[in-house]
Design a protein around this ligand. Structure first.
Ligand code: GRF
Length: 203
């Protein structure tokens, strides 16, 4: 199987996927890492791993449609089984999400459907949530709303600020995104009563 990973910055989730795939000897190739920001730190890591990288600066394109068309060309050159959004901070056009329907994954740092969009940790703290977490979901045209593939939680602790909570959730993301992706690629997630479930009930 082949995956292409899209990033915009740090790329720590991409790193976790690359490391986990190697450690667990997955039969999966990370065919390319693509960033819409040429200066994204994650590109250097990917290059150092011998992964092919592409920097596609969205500012060089007149419209969202033109950027997404170029992005689709760059992705489709690798014919991936899954396209993995890992901190990719661009809103995608319906044309893009339809093109990759059913094989486009994202991780969002909240327990969706709570807190779609930005500043999830600040909003969770302001709401007085006692649990936080992250969600891996299939991407549809509506931002942060596609079918949920996996979710995991961490507690909100006394004295948490945005940074401390974000760090706890990020560590969780690094565990769960590789796992959810592996299940997805192995066909181990199935739809049941409108929900995605691991076939052994492990999710
Ligand atoms: C993660 O918290 C992810 O959930 C969100 O953006 C952050 C990306 O971090 N979508 P990184 O680039 O993977 O380090």
């Amino acid at each position: 199987k082949k995956v292409v990973i899209l990033i915009s910055g740090r790329g720590s989730n991409m790193e976790a996927i690359v490391h986990t795939a190697r450690r667990e000897a997955w039969d999966v190739e990370v065919a390319a890492v693509i960033s819409n920001r040429p200066e994204a730190a994650g590109l250097a890591f990917a290059k150092a791993q011998g992964i092919s990288t592409v920097a596609l600066d969205h500012k060089a394109y007149p419209t969202r449609e033109a950027f997404d068309a170029a992005l689709m060309d760059a992705i489709d050159a690798h014919a991936p089984d899954a396209v993995v959004l890992a901190g990719f901070m661009r809103i995608l056009t319906p044309g893009f999400t339809e093109h990759y329907a059913g094989r486009l994954l994202n991780i969002h740092p909240s327990l969706l459907p709570a807190f779609p969009g930005l500043h999830t940790h600040r909003r969770a703290l302001e709401a007085g949530c006692q649990l936080a977490g992250a969600t891996v979901h299939l991407v549809t045209a509506e931002l942060d709303h596609g079918p949920i593939l996996a979710q995991a939680m961490v507690p909100v602790l006394a004295g948490d600020d945005e940074a401390r909570l974000a760090q706890r959730v990020l560590s969780l993301e690094h565990q769960m995104y590789p796992r959810a992706l592996a299940w997805f690629l192995a066909g181990e997630l199935r739809q049941e009563g409108g929900r995605m479930q691991h076939r052994d009930g492990a999710a």
